[in-house]
Design a protein around this ligand. Structure first.
Ligand SMILES: *Cc1c(COP(=O)(O)O)cnc(C)c1O
Length: 355
């Protein structure tokens, strides 16, 4: 039976990425060796890193004066690295969920954090608006897509440099990189396997803080060494490159955005139509195109487990909602084919008819 992969992360990857990575796991670039067993300083692997960096720059139209890095430690390490390198005395943070909260916790080790707004009061089911960002902060940090709660944020209009955790929507839509001092993303949502973290940092934003920065946490270390200060995660970076190639061949982030809008509409329309289900995010403009969260309506709450079993039997994998939200979450990243979304919608309609 066809499996439909709705996991939130690690999550679905293009067939192209999996096939190319599987080939390279046995015979990488004609070396007769696995990509896992050649030196990261071999000309073959250096070419992988160079091409991956070049494609990130091309696809996101990264302006001059920015560095693109592939690091390790996940977005969670960036929660600390960002303030270590960029927070002088004070930074502003928008609290839209568990990941924002974790980022705030780390920033507090290094300076004052102004939490400009929070949607914690209603389990983060909306994006706060109309908040003020103080002008005397080093940056304003936000989470562009809240993987757990199913909310997404357009680039905020503020007068201070932006820092964004884009782990779960990077490459899903165009962004104006020039507005940011720093963008970071764990690879395992929309780019590749876990083990690689993409960082895009404005060079001119660095070197402004007084504190000494431990070598591995200092962006300049990795910029100088072109992401090879220590051994990079070679296989994950190789896989990320394949996804970047796939993205380019499929029209880049502009085409992805169109597809993502169409894909998400199919599912949200069904959630809004079907009497058994309701979305957890009520304001339509706040709804994520990547993680669609929904629950049973109160009248049908007793059927939650039954629907889960029903959908699972039809090949839907990973649709259980995060424990803090409950219900269901369908993660429909770039690589998710519309057929899988249709299969979920069909299952919802069939279930409705049975009741
Ligand atoms: C998954 C996720 C993280 C955590 O990433 P790690 O790579 O596991 O550290 C952080 N932020 C967001 C928005 C995520 O979706």
């Amino acid at each position: 039976m066809k499996k439909h992969n709705f996991y939130a992360g690690p999550s679905i990857l293009p067939e192209f990425t999996k096939e190319k990575t599987a080939e390279a796991a046995l015979n990488f670039a004609g070396t007769g060796l696995s990509v896992m067993e050649v030196s990261h300083r071999s000309k073959e692997f250096v070419a992988v890193m160079d091409e991956a960096v070049a494609l990130v720059k091309e696809l996101l139209k990264v302006p001059e004066g920015y560095s693109v890095l592939f690091l390790q430690g996940g977005a969670s390490t960036q929660f600390l690295m960002a303030p270590y390198n960029l927070l002088d005395k004070k930074a502003a943070y928008l609290n839209t969920g568990a990941w924002s909260k974790k980022a705030i916790k780390e920033a507090k080790f290094l300076g004052e954090v102004v939490e400009v707004a929070s949607s914690a009061d209603t389990v983060y089911n909306y994006i706060p608006k109309g908040y003020e960002v103080p002008s005397d902060v080093s940056y304003f940090h936000y989470t562009s897509n809240n993987t757990i709660y199913g909310t997404q944020i357009p680039t905020p209009e503020v007068d201070v440099p932006l820092v964004a955790d884009m782990s779960s929507d990077i490459f899903s839509r165009p962004i104006d990189v020039s507005k940011y001092d720093l963008i970071y993303a764990g690879a395992q949502k929309n780019l590749g396997p876990s083990g690689a973290t993409l960082v895009i940092v404005k060079d001119a934003a660095l070197g402004k803080v007084e504190r000494p920065i431990p070598t591995m946490l200092d962006y300049t270390t990795h910029i100088k060494a072109e992401s090879m200060f220590n051994t990079p995660s070679t296989l994950p970076v190789f896989a990320c490159l394949q996804t970047l190639i796939w993205l380019k061949e499929n029209g880049g982030v502009e085409a992805m955005e169109q597809k993502n809008i169409e894909k998400a509409k199919i599912l949200y329309d069904e959630i809004d139509r079907n009497k058994m289900f309701q979305g957890t995010v009520l304001a339509k403009e706040d709804r994520s195109l990547m993680n669609v969260t929904f629950i049973m309506t109160p009248e049908y709450a007793e059927f939650e487990k039954e629907f889960m079993d029903f959908a699972t039997a039809k090949g839907m994998l990973g649709i259980k909602g995060h424990r803090s939200v409950g219900g269901f979450r369908a993660s429909i990243y770039n690589a998710m084919p519309v057929e899988s979304i249709q299969a979920l919608v069909d299952a919802m309609q069939e279930f409705e008819k049975m009741k």
